[in-house]
Design a protein around this ligand. Structure first.
Ligand code: AOF
Ligand code: ZN
Length: 333
């Protein structure tokens, strides 16, 4: 199963917002087939693994009848973008199935296992369960909490400021190393959310500029104003726009909870960041801290009554990226 978990990890940036899933088929202590869910909308792991046996062996049918299938996630039992994996497994003749974790997706949850058992297959589940949940942290979170996981990303000067108030230019605070790390973080998320102020001030692209294939995060804009499409943010992929005088973060997150988005990275200015913190919907803060001060012209990140610890956050890790610090704050619940 550990090997299946490692296979699943290969789909980390291209399967999302689907979960990563790996599958290994074993016959007489030998691996005869393997596969993983490579692309969103594409074949599921089990299908790729079964196909790999057919590709390699002339007597695939006989081999499959005597094999055990290890799958990190419960095989699906619904018609989604692909047909149910349970049908393919039953048709393959495989009799033994070992599963990592039960699929928390209500369209599947438990029904995949039940179908296999009803057809006389031996099923065991819960093997390496926590590894599977960890590698699909956002997917499990959304299905359990019925809303996406929300992270705030903040780049601050040593004195806790966001930008220079006496300048119209974009203030670059952190080092190129820290900014490269942000690209990797973006690549892990299903969506990136920003506000109108950041759009106008920084004209950010907000895509994941990395040197490997990635399903680009869905861009989301929250703003009281309607913007022309001249901004970089509107280029290259569709933007979900929430406009209005009193846009409520709670109602927007509620709407997004009905979508497939498992995670939201909020990269915005102090106003929106403070508003998010006040909703109690933030699960994690990634705080980059540069070694220099911005001084009295700097705009503080947090309102005086709204600092991180007050909102239940504690430092869970701290590391160095180039000259900057990267501190992760999370909640204990
Ligand atoms: C599996 N094997 O490799 C994956 C599964 O739209 P679809 O058809 O691609 O279905 C997506 C859902 O299927 C996804 O939300 C999750 O519940 C399950 N993913 N299931 O048997 C796989 N990726
Ligand atoms: Zn499936």
């Amino acid at each position: 199963m550990e090997f299946a978990v490692a296979l699943a990890a290969k789909g980390k940036f291209t399967a999302k917002p689907n979960p990563v899933v790996g599958c290994v088929i074993v016959n007489n202590n030998e691996i005869v087939g393997q596969g993983y869910h490579q692309n969103y909308g594409g074949n599921h792991a089990e299908i790729n693994a079964i196909n790999s046996v057919y590709k390699k062996y002339k007597k695939a049918k006989d081999i499959l009848k005597e094999s055990t299938l290890f799958c990190t996630l419960e095989p699906c039992n619904h018609d989604g973008k692909t047909p149910p994996c349970t049908n393919a497994i039953i048709q393959s003749g495989i009799k033994n199935i070992i599963i990592g974790a039960i699929d928390p997706n209500p369209k599947v949850s438990g029904t995949g296992i039940n179908k296999l058992i009803q057809h006389g297959l031996q099923v065991q589940s819960g093997v390496c369960e926590s590894l599977v949940e960890d590698q699909n942290k956002f997917f499990f979170f959304r299905h359990r909490k019925k809303r996406p996981f929300i992270t705030l990303k903040i780049a601050a000067s040593k004195d806790g400021k966001a930008f220079l108030q006496n300048s119209d230019e974009r203030t670059i605070i952190t080092s190129p190393e820290a900014r490269a790390d942000v690209q990797l973080i973006r690549a892990e998320y299903d969506s990136i959310l920003t506000g109108g102020n950041t759009l106008r001030k920084d004209n950010p692209k907000m895509n994941a500029r990395v040197e490997f294939n990635v399903n680009q995060p869905q861009k989301i804009l929250l703003s009281t104003e309607i913007h022309s499409k001249k901004y970089e943010f509107f280029k290259n992929n569709d933007v979900l726009i929430f406009n209005g005088k009193n846009v409520s973060i709670n109602s927007i997150i509620k709407k997004l909870s009905a979508s497939e988005i498992n995670s939201i990275l909020v990269e915005a200015g102090p106003k929106l960041v403070n508003a998010f913190l006040k909703t109690s919907l933030v699960d994690q803060v990634i705080y980059f801290e540069a070694p220099h001060n911005l001084g009295s012209h700097g705009m503080p990140w947090f309102d005086t009554d709204n600092y991180l610890e007050l909102n239940g956050f504690q430092r869970s890790s701290s590391s160095r990226i180039g000259p900057d610090k990267k501190i992760i704050f999370s909640k204990n619940d």
